[in-house]
Design a protein around this ligand. Structure first.
Ligand SMILES: [Zn+2]
Length: 435
């Protein structure tokens, strides 16, 4: 995943401390380096760790809670009410631990998160050893960790001040969207992010309903309404962007906004199809995401890659769009660039952080192998990941997760799910209507 897209048969990576010091053939690396510890991954592919540019980690605890609904029904009838009665520091800790376990097991080494009690999410992320951009949410109605948007902004500022020098965690402020906040709160969030030189994370142009709400209230598309407020003037990561016209794409490309494409969430909520092939030709900084597990329903980035590749071929009627190599770039090098960390992660190159994974390629499903990149996008599943390393720390070795206690993580998650079960509103979706 370097700029030349080099593939090294019989390759090896040398790591010193947190960084990659050399990449080459096994013979070259053996001739130049003496390793204190070495991991033999014969029959596997070594690649950069995957970068999930949009998720809500603790929402794994709502996995499969309310399926087969449109976004606005799903959000207002299920997710917002259930969150109101279940989200707590303890809840996000248990949920983030479960999400971290799933991410380590499926090869994600960096994730971008928007949620509540982000300080607790940061603690758990650090323990688990993952890299992350964590955005403290700001929304206009009272939520579990803030009664008002002003209180949420104050919480975000305290969070950012506490974490901004951390090696793994990049703190951020996450105003929910153009339709759930007043202009004054949106601009205050931008000022806060710029004061600390951290990113602003936001949902953007996700559904037709959002387009109508913003168009009616602001007489502009969400992208241009936010532009008119100066929201893109600083480090920004936007999620979804399903509804963009050419002028919107130009605004986002020019401002260097990182945009997260979430094919599975967009398909499941029938939000629409983002024009990702066009994003790429218009120069938008593009990454790939899973969105929260409640609308996916897992955090497997290999699945996200496969859906992205297939969705856009199907939607455009052109099988040549989003070829495997480009999709793998979205989950690695381009994703790193989209979140403003292209100089540190996203490829296996000397000087970069040692964030890498190894993937089994010797099973029935991977045989024969003519092209590893094709397999990584069209065949591999998260379960095929054997090793996960972040900043030189081995988080999983031979599928043994070392930075978390999986049995305890699962036990605590099941116990917490009982609280969710009690809080679920009675069904009123298609199932209840007998559709
Ligand atoms: Zn989201």
């Amino acid at each position: 995943m370097d700029v030349n897209g080099r593939v090294i048969p019989d390759g090896a990576v040398a790591i010193d401390g947190q960084k990659i010091v050399a990449v080459g053939s096994v013979d070259e690396i053996r001739a130049s380096y003496e390793a204190a510890e070495s991991i033999n991954v014969r029959g596997q592919v070594i690649l950069p760790g995957l970068i999930n540019t949009h998720t809500h980690a603790p929402m794994v605890l709502y996995r499969g809670l309310a399926d087969d609904l449109a976004l606005m029904d799903w959000l207002t009838k299920y997710i917002f009410p259930v969150e109101k009665s279940t989200v707590s520091p303890d809840f996000v800790r248990v949920g983030t631990r479960l999400a971290a376990l799933e991410m380590i097991e499926s090869g994600t080494t960096t994730f971008v998160d928007m949620y509540y009690f982000e300080d607790d999410i940061a603690d758990v992320t650090r323990e688990a050893g993952l890299r992350a951009v964590l955005g403290q949410s700001v929304i206009k109605f009272p939520v579990a960790d803030a009664p008002t948007p002003e209180a949420a902004l104050a919480r975000a500022e305290a969070f950012i001040s506490k974490w901004k020098t951390d090696a793994l965690i990049t703190p951020a402020v996450a105003p929910h969207s153009a339709y759930t906040l007043e202009p004054a709160t949106l601009t205050a969030a931008r000022e806060l992010a710029n004061r600390h030189d951290v990113p602003l994370l936001i949902h953007l142009a996700e559904t037709r309903d959002e387009m109508k709400i913003v168009q009616d209230a602001r007489r502009a598309s969400p992208t241009r309404f936010l532009d008119s407020l100066g929201i893109w003037a600083g480090r920004s990561i936007a999620a979804h962007a399903v509804y963009l016209d050419d002028a919107d794409m130009e605004v986002l490309a020019k401002a260097g906004v990182g945009v997260a494409h979430n094919p599975e969430s967009n398909m499941k909520l029938a939000s629409g199809v983002a024009a990702v092939p066009k994003w790429l030709t218009s120069g938008m900084r593009t990454g790939l995401g899973t969105d929260g597990a409640a609308s996916n329903n897992d955090l497997d980035m290999f699945e996200a890659m496969r859906f992205a590749a297939l969705l856009h071929k199907s939607a455009t009627g052109d099988p040549e769009v989003l070829p495997a190599r480009q999709v793998l770039e979205l989950a690695t090098r381009r994703g790193a660039d989209a979140i403003g960390q292209g100089d540190r992660i996203g490829s296996l190159e000397p000087g970069k952080q040692a964030d890498l994974i190894t993937v089994a390629m010797d099973g029935a499903r991977e045989t024969p192998m003519f092209n590893p990149i094709s397999h990584l996008v069209y065949v591999t599943r998260g379960d095929d990941v054997r090793t996960t390393i972040v900043g030189g720390r081995v988080l999983m070795r031979d599928r043994q997760v070392l930075s978390l206690k999986p049995v305890e993580v699962l036990r605590d998650a099941r116990a917490m799910a009982e609280r969710v079960r009690v809080a679920v509103p009675p069904p009123s979706g298609p199932e209840a209507k007998g559709k």
